[in-house]
Design a protein around this ligand. Structure first.
Ligand code: FES
Length: 212
């Protein structure tokens, strides 16, 4: 596979042609926040809107998971415009995420905590009103628990369950602010078609899917 040369935050990077800026940066040790990206997924879901970058010669910021690298590209990941966009996306996510880290099984391994740490953001909604949901926690499965209140709707679990494992146990339901991850037919997880591979648990970036 041919390679292209670019710079990210002024660091020379050599990446495979066709690779996205996100993965090129992460491979080079340059952190770009991301929740919904999965490397193997060829068409990015691009739902979290956290992975913003600016590219020299391009007017508008771009999401790095959907933008392929190009020879000679100059990418910046920490410009004032990028920081504003990342902060807004982060605050929107936090506005409907219960921040109870000390009691969460994902404490210290949560991607939201990592983003807050890297960007010195507070785990508070900022300019947005806190809109918590009170959805039932599903602990009917013998191996793991689904807490939809903590879900950031990144879609990683749904993609893996359907496109990789072919179990088709998890899916999105409803729209807008009511969107949730659920099982086909809305059955409890313990009665669903889950094959207990637990891949969904391993890719959940927050504490929405945790092992028992
Ligand atoms: S990682 Fe690019 S939009 Fe989520």
């Amino acid at each position: 596979m041919s390679k292209v040369n670019l710079t990210i935050d002024d660091v020379p990077v050599n990446a495979a042609e066709g690779e996205s800026i996100l993965w090129a940066a992460l491979d080079a040790g340059i952190y770009i926040p991301n929740l919904c990206a999965i490397r193997e997924r060829k068409s990015p879901f691009a739902s979290c809107r956290l992975c913003w970058v600016e590219i020299e010669g391009v007017d508008l910021p771009a999401t790095s998971c959907t933008t392929p690298v190009k020879e000679g590209m100059k990418v910046q990941t920490r410009t004032p415009r990028v920081l504003r966009l990342v902060r807004t996306s982060f605050e929107l996510l936090i506005s409907h995420h219960p921040v109870d880290c000390a009691r969460c099984a994902k404490n210290k391994k949560c991607e939201l905590q990592r983003i807050a740490r890297e960007f010195k953001f507070k785990l508070k909604p900022g300019k947005f009103r806190k809109l918590l949901r009170e959805l039932p926690v599903d602990s009917s499965h013998p191996c793991f628990i689904l807490d939809p209140n903590k879900c950031v709707l990144c879609g990683r679990c749904v993609w893996l369950c359907n496109e990789v494992q072919r179990a088709c146990a998890l899916d999105f339901a409803f729209r807008g602010l009511n969107t949730v991850i659920t099982t086909s037919g809305g059955k409890p997880l313990g009665e669903s078609d889950c094959s207990a591979c637990r891949e969904c648990v391993s890719v959940c970036p927050v504490g929405a899917l945790i092992p028992k």
